[in-house]
Each structure stands twice: as C-alpha cells, then as structure tokens.
Write a protein that binds this ligand. Structure first.
Ligand code: G6P
Length: 369
C-alpha cells in the first residue's frame, strides 16, 4: 500500500496532487489545438438533437452532486437551456416531469451508486435521452446510459473525492462549451478566450498546490473548532458546498455551507466570536454583495478566511486571512478555489488525527440504498 501511495502519507493527498494530471488527461483530445472548439467524439450531437431538449436534469449524489450544481450554472449561462439539478435519492421518488424532450445527465465517479443508477433507469423509462459522466469505464452507469463521457481522473481510492470532482467540473465545462458551439450561443472570440484559459488550468492547479504552508497553519489554528461555516454566492456557493462536505467527511468538524445572501435568514444567529467562516469571493457580479455579507459576520467577531483571485486586492481589507488562487476566468475559478479547501480539510483531519482515507461510517461507493 505504501508503494501505491507514491510517497504521500495518504491516498487523499496523493490524489489532490494528481489533479493537474487528471484534469490534463480529461481535457486532452477534447480541446481543439487552436482553442477554437471543444471536440466530443463520443457524442456527435447536432443542432437538431440539441434543439429537441426543453429541459436538462443533472442528477447525482455527494461530491458528484456538488459538481452537478456547477454544471447547471455552466449550461444555463453558456447554452441557455433550463437545467434542474437533483439528488438522485430525491429525484427517483418525486415523479419528475420527464418526456422525450428531456436530457438527463447523471454524474458518478464510480458509476455504481445505486440511487444514481436508479435515477438513470427511471429517466430512461420515462423517455428521456441519457448521458453519463463517470470515471469508471464499463461501470453499471456507463453501460446503462445512452451515451458516456469519461473523466480520466484515474483510480480514486480515498473515500473523500478530490480529483474526481475537479475532472467532473472540467467535463461539465467542456460539455457546456461543446453544446454552445453547436447552438452558437457563445461567440468564437469568447470561446477562444475561455478555452485558452481552460488550457492553463492544470498548471494553475500545480501553482495552487505549491502554497500549502498557510493552509497547514490555519488547519492547526482552527482545526479544533467544532463548527465552521462556508459562504459564497453563485459559483462560489457551489464550491462552498464541496469545501464543507470535504471538511465534514474527513475531519468530523460540523461544517455548513450557505449562500451568503441567506445568512441573515437564520444562520447569522450561529455566528459568534471566534467561529471560522470561509468566505469565497471570486464572482464579479456578486462581489460587493458578498463583501457586505462578510462584513456582517465580521461584525459578530467571526474569524474570516477569504478565498480570492490573485488580482483581488480588496478582500484582504475586510477579512483576517486571504488565500489567493491564480487568476482565470470566473467561470473556471471553481476548479482552482476548491483546491485550498481540499487541503484545508486534509490538514484539519491530520490535526485531529482522523483516519483521512477511511473516514468513519462512509464508503467510497454506495451500492445499496
Ligand atoms: C459516496 C462517496 C462520495 C461520493 C458519493 C457519490 O458517498 O463517499 O465521495 O461523492 O458516494 O459517488 P459516485 O461514485 O456516484 O460519484
């Protein structure tokens, strides 16, 4: 087992560090060399096929669900087709409104999660076209779906998913850009700009991974707190959900993610002196709004760790610490901002001497209901 960990103390840390490679492999052969288009050989869709969809569902569990939330944002923003995201165990029992004008996308690292598989079968039964995004070739979900896009993350051993999540985000983004290419909803100039930025993501993840010392320090300093809050708006909120799931899973700290604008509708009552709040603020159109939410928690003496883009020189004026990630388009920044959150969860678990790779009560793949 030590050999399989390739010199890392845990599979999770190894897999966090494998992300540049995993993302690069997931992208390779799918991004045109001149960055003018996304090529999805596995789909071969055309405009008529895409125009037939009135609605898209993205259905998943756990971390894959958090990736699906980002996917919704990408597809709605770039392709302008309505997307509904659902938890597989809810979707399958709520008689979803589905017909042959529906596309159901299921996302699953293992391709074996029983609720996700059941949601897929239910969608098919009701006449939807289906697409799986999975990491395991020939898995049950890959076999059941009409079409498959594989993430090429390589085997993921740690229960807490890391490289599967980032490759799912990349895949969701590429899928949205592929659809936009067919529908003509994104200009060629913007496409080139986005795909050029996308190309830089693996190197930027590596850059993010070089700067772990401050994260280790925070983990030591705040690792014994019993509650941590994550806040953000828009795509930052989706990443906040994943950051809080990571922390819960492996460090057993009670972590909650809130859409920053929701704070005042209840959660603010829990913010007292010294409570750590991780605040993501990378999205321009809601930046000022997020800042005012940060001020609200600071006024209650929370300790705020801000997550920002490298070109942000504002956030540090309002928070206790800032972690910066390399500058990229704000659509792609979730693939970078999640990395310090993964590391924070990892080092918090180390501080608390938890079994990082095999957290209590959890399984890598849930094949029973
Ligand atoms: C389990 C794992 C999670 C994972 C979820 C969905 O709960 O512990 O890490 O996100 O299942 O798994 P899937 O294989 O369908 O992505």
């Amino acid at each position: 087992e030590a050999a399989e960990k390739g010199g890392y103390e845990h599979f999770m840390l190894k897999e966090i560090h494998e992300q540049p490679k995993a993302v690069r492999e997931t992208m390779s052969a799918r991004v045109a060399k001149d960055h003018s288009a996304i090529i999805m050989e596995e789909l071969k869709w055309n405009k008529e096929y895409l125009d037939s969809f009135q609605k898209i569902f993205v259905v998943a569990c756990g971390t894959a669900y958090n990736a699906a939330l980002v996917g919704k944002y990408y597809i709605e923003k770039l392709v302008r087709i309505p997307v509904e995201v659902d938890i597989a165990s809810e979707f399958r029992y709520r008689s979803p409104i589905i017909d042959d004008r529906t596309l159901t996308i299921v996302v699953s690292q293992s391709g074996e999660t029983s609720d996700t598989l059941a949601a897929l079968k239910e969608s098919k039964r009701l006449g939807a076209k289906t697409l799986a995004i999975t990491n395991v070739v020939g898995s049950s979900i890959a076999r059941e779906a009409d079409q498959v896009i594989y993430t090429w993350a390589g085997p993921e051993i740690a229960v807490a998913s890391t490289k599967a999540y980032t490759t799912q985000l990349i895949t969701m983004f590429m899928l949205a850009m592929y659809m936009a290419g067919i529908k003509g909803t994104v200009t060629p100039e913007r496409t080139k700009e986005l795909l050029t930025q996308l190309h830089q993501i693996p190197a930027q993840i590596s850059e993010t991974l070089e700067d772990v010392e401050p994260i280790k320090t925070f983990a030591k300093e705040y690792g014994f707190n019993e509650d941590v809050f994550f806040i953000g708006r828009s795509l930052d909120y989706a990443v906040a959900l994943e950051g809080s799931l990571k922390l819960k899973e492996i460090s057993y700290i009670h972590a909650e993610a809130y859409a920053a604008g929701e704070l005042k509708h209840g959660t603010l009552a829990l913010i007292i002196e010294g409570v750590p709040v991780i605040a993501l603020a990378t999205q321009k159109n809601v930046y000022e709004k997020t800042l005012s939410n940060i001020k609200e928690v600071k006024a209650r003496d929370a300790v705020v760790i801000g997550i920002a883009s490298a070109n942000d020189s504002e956030l540090e004026k309002y928070v206790d610490h800032v972690i910066k990630v390399p500058e990229t388009d704000e659509l792609l920044i979730p693939i970078l901002t999640v990395v310090p959150l993964q590391l924070l969860a990892y080092y918090a678990a180390i501080t608390r001497q938890c079994d990082v790779d095999k957290p209590r009560n959890l399984a890598k793949s849930v094949t029973v209901e």
